[in-house]
Design a protein around this ligand. Sequence first.
Ligand code: ZN
Length: 118
Amino acid sequence: MNLKSLLRGEITQQELLNYYNANISYESLEKGINGFIKCYKGIYNIFINKNLSYYKRRKTIIHELAHIELNHLNQINNDLFAFYIDKYEDEADRYVKHLMENQKWKKITIKYYIFAIL
Ligand SMILES: [Zn+2]
């Protein structure tokens, strides 16, 4: 069970969240902040800017899930995270791009991406 299976439509977003011990909150975040993720006592809390469009919210969720899958939050403590933020942001974006590009199921992915990830 991973992000790839979510993008392929083999599992639901909720199933992946349960698997990763993660939950999502929709908050009114500062303009320019799409979302962020925190890990507290083994639970991942994903915060998504509720002012974003539906599509951008979905995209941000995928991005935050990539941070979990790439183990970014366990690699470094929160104080140091700020110094590596660009590296990790790039890595998460590249990972999602890679998952979306190298697949025959791109059409399904996009359909799923827009309509079915809830
Ligand atoms: Zn990020």
